[in-house]
Design a protein around this ligand. Sequence first.
Ligand SMILES: [Zn+2]
Length: 261
Amino acid sequence: MNLLREIWMRVAQLFYWKRRNARFFVILGAPGSGKGTISKLLAKSIEALEGMPLPRLVTGDLVRREIEEGTAFGLKWGPMSKAGGIIPDREIMKLVKRELKKPEYFNGAILDGIPRTVGQARMIRRMLMWWGNRINRVVLLDATEEDLLVRLGGRRICSGKNIPVSADPAKPASKCGRDFHVLFSPPKVEGVCDGCGSPLVIRDDDAPKVVKERLRIYNEISGKLLRFYELSGLLTRVITNNTKSVEEVTRDVLFTIEQFD
Ligand SMILES: [Zn+2]
């Protein structure tokens, strides 16, 4: 089976020769693990080191773009996605496939937000195999629940209450939108936005009860996915805790990726 796969990969690489050197990395992590920040830093470091960009593919951003642009996908799944529903694997994969076909991904991508399920992981494997590519490494940003609760519970966002509402609807006032963390990036004055002086608030998503529920759902879904990648020999755990800086974590992730390259 593995031999057949290798032969197929070589044949596919002849057909899709522009993608023959592509590398794909998956970054996994619980809400609050710093997945977004770290995958951004990782993309920057790789570009600086290799002189070639390895773009991030963030499924959350993809879906948001579809909704904003009012595409068929956005119209169909937007309302459900906004209500917190889960878009079927097959639909998400269609979107991801369309995106990855673009030339900017011929070098590969850092996948953030996908796969979420074993079903999606299998579909990605099949899709990449078709192009003669594979997932090179899966990195789990491993944090204890205690640390995650501290991080998620300490987030504050600007309420924007001090920003005057524009009288002209054609020129709405710019939103402030700054965010803070009581421990990691506190505002100069407690509870007040540095940018516009508005009071800071806790996002609905970050209320303690909601946070616990989000972590519970994450653990339930990700357990099988982690086992799947562990059995495939692709998974590496990188410890991230509240005393380690994001730069340190990114360096560890980069080291892991290069080790298995
Ligand atoms: Zn503000």
